[in-house]
Ligand binder design. Sequence first.
Ligand code: 2YC
Length: 286
Amino acid sequence: MTRLTAKIIENVPSGIAHLNEELEKKIKMDMRNFACRSIGVNAGDIDFGSYSVAIVPVTSGEGIIGGFSRSVAVAVGALGMRSFVTEACDVTGISEAFSSSADIIFMADDERFIALNTKTRSFSDNIWSTARGYVTALGLAEEGGLEGKRVLVIGAGRVGREAVKMLRNEGALVEVTDIIPERARMLESRFEGVRAISEVDEAIRSNRLILNASPGTIPGDLISQDAVISSPGVPYAFDEEGERRAKVIIHDVLSLGVAVMAVASVGLSLFDFSAADVVADRTAIQ
Ligand code: 2YC
């Protein structure tokens, strides 16, 4: 997954209300209900205001991303949870979160981004949550859902691979393409109903349903009329022509994955998302 930059996420806090409006228009529900729907829990079963959520900045590796913790806090706050960024970073920040009796702790190093539930010990992972959210969004945006329909996944990285697995579980017929053809072929060999496509332009032209999990740009003249596109890929991939042709494009750089993480970490999820799978990248279909 692309490493975010302060620039990419600079509008997340101010854009959260707009994102909610966008979701209402595109999938007929707000971010809270979308996140709950993504993991099969009922929004009414969660008392969002009762959750205190700490976001701990982490300095390891390439270090702090300006605005990252605050963006996560705003996205979690938009669900109705009480979120705050700890004063301190790293271990001191984690101890601050515990002494503030935070129920959930968000933290990200360069390899993983998790939301840890301090009471139930369940934790959710950003890669799994992002794939879960954008697969759900695609199914909500497509009349009649995805069962039996062809879906093109662009990008066989960690999010793309999770998305392929989830799309198969929803009964979609998946075509997958990646800049490294071997990564797409690996998925084809592991899953029934998954086909690796080497000719990406042709694949985009011939698919109306697209989940884009790649960091590349997608020229609008490849997009079919009324395409339904769910695009966690960062940076944003589409030009004006693509936006004109597509029926809907669902995209944001951080908040939707964070919202799914937050609801998933509450621990009511019906999904058995042993986040370790995502990291171990075991692609055995669940
Ligand atoms: O500011 C901080 O605490 C940094 N340690 C955060 C680093 C996040 C690195 N990961 C990413 O940029 C993306 C995330 C959206 C999830 C996966 N990769």
